[in-house]
Design a protein around this ligand. Sequence first.
Ligand code: ADP
Length: 694
Amino acid sequence: MDGPDLPIRRSRRQLVEAVRERPFLIVTGETGSGKSTQLPKYLYEAGLAKHGAIGVTQPRRVATVSVAQRVAEEMGCELGALVGYQVRFDDCTSEDTAIRYMTDGCLLRQILTDPLLSKYSVIILDEAHERSLSTDILFGLLKKLFLQQKPTGRRTDMKVVVMSATLEVEKLSEFFGHCSVLHIPGRSFPVKEIFCNLLSPRDVGSSAYVTEAVKVALDVHLNEPEGDILVFLTGQNEIERACDLLFKKAESIDYRYEVHDRAVEGLLILPLYGSMSTDQQKRIFLPAPRGIRKCVVSTNIAATSLTIEGVRYVVDSGFVKQLNHNPRVGLDILEVVPISKSEAKQRAGRAGRTSAGKSFGLFSREFWEQCMPEHTVPEIRRTSLTSVILTLKCLSVHDVIRFPYLDPPEERHILEALKELYQCDAIDRRGHVTRLGEFLVQFPLPPNLSCALIKAASLDCEDLLLPIAAMLSVENVFIRPGDPQKQKEAELQHQELASQVGGCNDFATLLNIFEQCKASKSPSAWCQKYWIHWRAVKSAFSVERQLREITTKLKQLPDFPKETFEGSRTEILRRCLCAGYFINVARRSAARTFCTMDGHGSIVYIHPSSTLHNQETLLEWIIFHDVAVTSKIYVRTVCPVRYEWVRDLLPRLHQVDAYELSSVAREEVTEEEMTKWKQREELKRQREGATDNS
Ligand code: ADP
């Protein structure tokens, strides 16, 4: 069985031999050459899955499911049988699954229960060039697994393959002890890159790119010969807006030419983003009917994770939505930022899959030179490390500073994570994991949410927190229609749901939605009435079940904490939330502003989507789930609390020298080195302070 005619086919024998002979192998090749779909199959057919499954990791959920589906189809089996996938809260595998696609985060969690990965014979880390946080950690762990003897033991019979687009290959090879690199010769055609000069450096921070992208896409449709269009935008909202504009031919757009009906006539408009249903996603792979041009409006997912055949024109907004650690608030925030030059090249390359193509960058040369960095900064250097550091600690990696990182994170980021873990009692003053830390790591949730959940479980009232944790783990449940009339209607219904539980606690509103929808005879009709996404609540039901299973198991342990507390349901709920979210506590500082208490002392506003928006003057202390930053820092999903509930917890926010927590990591460091290090850090802080003020 040879499979589809993709560039990888010619390297089949060579690849199988290379994997057989070596413990580590790097495979590179153009996106779309067939690495993700074909290599696991080749290895399976060559008998390499006889003593354990072939595990393939992907940084993205959507790609994991989509590729698994494709391979199951190609191998003529049902998804979940021979070929399956596993993503957070969705396991579609069975005993028979020999090719197991999963997100990198899932494999990381499996290492917690099975450090030697005994059920795998081959591990393939795919899309290594994306440099996601979990993949980076897996690099280090797999390296250790092969090199170290103790305490976790060693695997000599397992094969590791790292697959990547042609980026940073030498660095990767060196990291894995100068392992072999096999390159799959690709097929690609020249792409003409055009600067449209529609965005200048001044447009960073504005959303002008959405309408400009629509204009250019229509322009291409009207003036260019046949070939599909791929538009790169930033997120679901922007994509839906662009698709709406394309559908309506957007009267609001100032056309430079007369638009006749043919503008959208013959154009098949397809959105593509992470939280779309898999059936919807499947449509993008189907060829357009004769005489029709396909226009896929996508997030970055179509840059490397998914390959859409037939694209000859790329419209690149030049922006991406990225998770970045914001030092102003000490939290991770999703931001729209300019892409890197190498990312722009990758996007442009998507136009040259089937024939010569064109890529229209909306930006100007000035924007390219001034705003776009050379390469994308790996996630490990720009997001919070709290969860992964806890995972490493639970895997007995105490020295989290000298762990083999491909690109080490800044030491102060590691210290910040240690501090946060200490604050929620997950590690002790010596940096060792506490029993609570061991409980926390069992939940695939951010530590603060797990903390609140454990508190509730210890009070025997997890029924209050499980639905909330589930609702916060799925996509936003509130529908916000674009049409102003409908938007008003939706807002009224959402207000009604909030006021049913007193109208002053966003967490309680989520609980209310979950409970009412669950109790309803027709949940989808109920959701329709209240402008709630039924698909999101449905996933929350499944997430809640899975979190409940973990909680029930933990509660059976003899040393699981037990507490009692007398109080009303709403008070208990708020106190449990305090146990996890006291790090995100803020006190009102002026009429409508609050000041955070975590040492950053940021001034924050309540987001307009919160039911507490416009009630600020009635509040004193609040806790919040997350933040959104535009011109101001907004806190979202908010709940008022009493000072007495957080009073005893607040000192933890300050009484810790993060440096002390890493003492285990730095055991071998001399006093003198420590002093120097502290001085260096102090200088750095002062310098940063100076730049902040300037
Ligand atoms: P690589 O990993 O080298 O980027 P892939 O194995 O992902 O390449 O893709 C190889 C080919 O398979 C591409 O032409 C792509 O269009 C096709 N393909 C991948 N997933 C699907 C899917 N779910 N449905 C249809 N075609 C797919």
